[in-house]
Design a protein around this ligand. Structure first.
Ligand code: SF4
Length: 232
């Protein structure tokens, strides 16, 4: 990684008082990589909470989750594997199937994921939550922060940390870490409607449909490196 992107050059985020640890909702490994490394470099006790029943289909959900588990194991960060309660997700989203990305459907989707994160935090003694979702440039950070703040406000003395993970090289490091780790590179946000809309856009722009499970950062469409195909 380029020296100017080194995490040693990073001004460490300080936790908002009085928190001494964080429950970090994670959406996927590419978004989580930089956020986890920045938290670890800042000596912040971090637990990752994976709750993303929005991801469709289940094979895609499993790939994204396993990538996240792999990275957490490597960094020795506790990983909480929450429910894939798809029926509840569809129930909350009903009527918003055709809303555009970054619209009302996404607000409900974030609300649901952060409410569960906040509930787990409350039940397990965390007073601070945040999410890796905010590092993605595809997302509306204000929309995410509003959902997170609403979810945390349901519990006394709980905060949602609105730290901007994109700044100070965060966005670039996110890509660099993804390449280093050969993370799975998803091509749509996650739900069945985002897959539908991505394919519609691609068709309208003369591009091929999304192919799930085949792209990995730093591998240009090749499968990820394993002990059996390590060509280094
Ligand atoms: S586009 Fe993404 S954030 Fe919006 S509802 Fe679908 S999965 Fe959730």
């Amino acid at each position: 990684m380029a020296k100017h992107l080194s995490v040693e050059n990073y001004q460490r985020p300080a936790l908002p008082a009085p928190a001494d640890s964080i429950l970090l909702h994670s959406c996927c490994a590419p978004c989580a990589g930089e956020v986890i490394d920045a938290l670890l470099a800042s000596n912040i006790k971090t637990t990752v909470f994976f709750y993303n029943p929005n991801i469709h289909p289940q094979e895609e959900y499993e790939i994204r989750k396993q990538e996240n588990i792999r990275f957490c194991q490597q960094r020795e960060v506790p990983f909480i594997d929450a429910d894939y309660d798809l029926d509840n997700w569809f129930e909350r989203i009903r009527g918003l199937e055709n809303a555009p990305e970054r619209g009302e459907r996404c607000t409900v989707c974030f609300d649901m994921r952060f409410e569960r994160t906040a509930l787990y935090a409350y039940e397990h003694g965390f007073s601070l939550i945040s999410s890796t979702l905010g590092i993605s440039r595809w997302k509306d950070m204000e929309q995410i922060n509003n959902s997170g703040t609403r979810a945390a406000a349901r519990w006394q003395d709980m905060q949602y940390w609105t730290f901007n993970w994109r700044k100070q090289g965060g966005s670039q490091r996110m890509i660099e870490i993804s390449k280093q780790e050969n993370f799975y590179q998803q091509e749509y946000c996650g739900c069945v409607y985002s897959l539908r809309d991505t394919n519609r856009w691609r068709r309208a722009n003369g591009r091929t449909r999304v192919e799930r499970g085949v792209k990995f950062y730093g591998r240009d469409g090749l499968p990820p490196l394993t002990d059996n195909n390590n060509d280094a």
